[in-house]
Design a protein around this ligand. Structure first.
Ligand code: GAR
Length: 192
């Protein structure tokens, strides 16, 4: 069985989808650790409810990324983490962690990358007036939402979609797609 660490900064609906998929036997893995950089993030309450330990840190308490990633890495290694799953973690992963988890870090992003990387991908899609956006799951490299694409799923945008309605449609797809891609990844049947 694979040990997962989920990194998240926000509500944690994807964290929950992964935990639920494991509980329902859809995914042969264990979420061993949540890493979070925001003290008010709702994902922390989800972790507490699920009895999953978390490492909460404030980047401002450290001189640089290497300093806090060194501590995160020590936690990951202590817990024998096999894969790092980014689920709304709004920071770039640095060399300290990347070099030890090559091809073992994945991210989900609410657009059809390479379109609309970075923050507020859903707002960016609405602003651009595109008729189709979607969800991308990709390996993580040093860039912002770059890295080899593992899977994508399109979501159509209706003329009356608001940011809220589009986010709801996108997240419904995310909650299905992330567990199913992780399942294939852990079984090593992902083609990129
Ligand atoms: C998700 O929609 C995820 O795709 C996005 O943050 C949201 C987190 O939601 N990630 C990015 O934008 C990464 N650049 P959640 O906290 O409810 O899982």
């Amino acid at each position: 069985m694979n040990n997962l660490a989920v990194f998240a900064s926000g509500s944690g609906s994807n964290f929950q989808a992964i935990v639920d998929a494991i509980k329902q036997g859809q995914l042969d893995a264990k979420v061993v650790l949540l890493v979070c950089d925001k003290p008010n993030a709702f994902v922390l309450q989800r972790a507490e409810k699920e009895g999953i330990p978390y490492f909460l840190f404030n980047p401002k308490d450290y001189p640089n990324k290497t300093a806090y990633e060194t501590i995160i890495l020590a936690n990951l290694q202590k817990l024998s983490i096999d894969y790092i799953v980014l689920a709304g973690y709004m920071r770039l992963i640095g060399e300290t962690i990347l070099s030890k988890y090559e091809e073992k870090i994945v991210n989900i992003h609410p657009s059809l990358l390479p379109a609309f990387p970075g923050k507020d991908a859903i707002g960016q899609a609405l602003q651009a007036g595109v008729k189709v956006t979607g969800v991308t799951i990709h390996y993580v490299d040093e860039g912002m939402d770059t890295g080899t694409i593992i899977d994508q799923h399109a979501v159509s945008i209706s003329p009356d979609d608001t940011k809220e309605s589009l986010q709801k449609k996108v997240q419904e797809i995310e909650h299905q797609l992330y567990p199913s891609v992780l399942k294939r990844l852990l079984k090593k049947i992902v083609n990129t």
